[in-house]
Design a protein around this ligand. Sequence first.
Ligand code: T1G
Length: 699
Amino acid sequence: MSDTIAINDKISIERVGDVALIRIDNPPVNATGQAVRQGLQDAITQINAEGTAKAVAIYAAGRTFVAGADIREFGKPFVPPALPDVFNIIEASAIPVISVLHGTALGGGLELGLSTHARIGIEGLRVGLPEILLGLLPGAGGTQRMPRLTGVPFALEMILSGRQVPAKEALEAGIIDRLESGDPREVALKAAQDVIAGTLKTRRTDQIAVVPDQAALDQTAAHLKKTQSHLYSPHKCVEAVAAAVLPMAEGLKIERAAFMDCMNTPQRAGLIHAFFGERAVSNIPEAKGPARDITHVGVIGGGTMGSGIATACLLAGLRVTLVEVAQDGLDRGIATITGNLDGAVKRGKLKADKRDSTLAMLTTSLDMGALADVDLVIEAVFEDMGVKKDIFGKLDAICKPGAILASNTSYLDINEIAAVTSRPQDVIGLHFFSPAHVMRLLEIVVADKTAPDVVASGFALAKKLGKVGVRAGVCDGFIGNRILAHYSKTASYLVLDGATPQQVDSALEGFGFAMGPHKVGDLAGLDIGWMTRKRKAATRDPKERYAGAVADRICEEGWFGRKTGKGYYVYEGKDITPNLAVDRFIAEEREKAGITPRPFTDQEIVDRYMTAMISEAARVVEDGTARRPLDVDMVFLFGYGFPRHRGGPLHYADTIGAAALVARIKDYAKEDATYWQVPALLEKMAANGTSFADMNKEA
Ligand code: T1G
């Protein structure tokens, strides 16, 4: 016999005998929005006021237990009750309260579980405290209750990694008390009945004393000081966990204060922007239409990119046919793919027992005729328009009707490639980033005649490959490389005008980039930029300062960076030192140009570099190459190592403001009016007082 009453539209109570079942139903992930918080508080209060139930079980409907606080509420006016207060009421319940966790119980969801007196996991459960990934810390008791259950070291590792802990490990660590299988409601009812029968022990977490571990706290704090000094919340996490040795009420106060400190930082805003941006980029009409079925992919070219793309497709369970022009190229491709798969096993991205069957999904050929039945071909050969046109002409004759013909070109004109085929509607750009089986960005370059279902297929492929697909229009370099081509000149101008390559690198690494531009150039190969400068020489604006003088001198020595042992830096084993010959080249080029070098502060280096990046990014949005500012941000977060806590170039631009940026560009333009020009979009935003965030909302 049972009866159910709705507390509100998210929370209901079902009485089954002596058990009260509290059901949370807030799709899509049962986030603890205001109604959920209020409903939970009212439900527990009501059950205790009635005093008839002998056990309470909290469970959730849908695909997952509570996946955290409602991130969409962050930054908006707060509406009580606060999550920690609700959880304190649950923990203080005189009637035993248990919770049943399924799916991904994360953040405030796991903290809800920790406030109950026992936790039952359902097979397949993953738990986590990922707040650090949002620039926060577990702010509803996680830093106080987790150490009481698992000990300080485990709690620190879990909180600072933000990782999802599989059910079995959670059981072993003491986070959950049982691991069951079945429907959440059934498991909840049975477990509550076991509490009443005395076969499921319950205990209040706040009654458990923490085993102090100052050594773990000190080691962690020292490690973070060395490795994450540019981030804010990791250090606050350690501060909060350290308070767990205090009585619960005192520790919760310290946690709350640390949480609010994190909540008010630009880093939290940047990381939340990245979280939602990653999902919003594919949330466009073109991505949602009907897509063509892709199960068999042809890849032309077994070089680094072709092999990486083939690997990404194999890892996603797709069949791949790799075509090369010569056996040695094919052998190299197979060896690279095999090595990539072995690497994936090492990184835990592929189960060891799946490695052979995954490799078996690869067939190879020296004959393009082998591509007759593929659903999609991705061409990844030399960046030469003539070569690509020849290949697409052949593909047009070989591939079945409806096959999608894609180029992985990083800047060439997809319209021109499509024009050599009888089916331009089937042609698209799929620009992968190296290493293609690791980097998550995929620029989906839409040509004038690309059919809507081919665009949708590009987004469906991105999702299947676990990549972030971003729509780009056709231009030289699409979104990312076009902007890179512009701002990388600033790094060169700074060196010609007085900074050293090392200072530019370290200033930008201080901003948050993993590597400065000269280190990146050495890593990617300076010859790539050299080829681009040669390609563009004929069309270069003669009024624009030439930025390649020093880099050309380095390349003329045959120094292309890491792969030749020398570039801006000298690479000898693990030693990396500045290449002193470059200083001579810099001095000679300054003399040739009549430049008197001047000192730069790190801040000015960052300001110039970022202003150049923002300027071209604004132009890319202005001319529609990128649909929205957030699209540019996601390109840079997932393809160019832009510091995630900064949210991307245009999210960062909003922290400066359009008016200040316009003033800065006008100031720089006094030295060089050709390179430094105010984008019309920025001018308009400065006049209207609008931001890139406003544009994202309007889109
Ligand atoms: N709040 C609001 N919306 C959320 C959300 C959340 N916490 N999590 C997901 N969504 C939306 C998401 O935007 C998407 O919306 C839809 O749900 C499906 O998500 C106090 C302060 C749970 C593993 O960080 O990791 O608790 O695009 O596409 O791939 O200490 O979502 O459909 O409109 O990602 O199956 C801590 C974040 C919050 C978890 C599911 N929790 N979410 O992945 O689906 S802070 C998190 C995820 C906190 C407390 C602190 C994943 C997922 P739309 P999805 P998925």
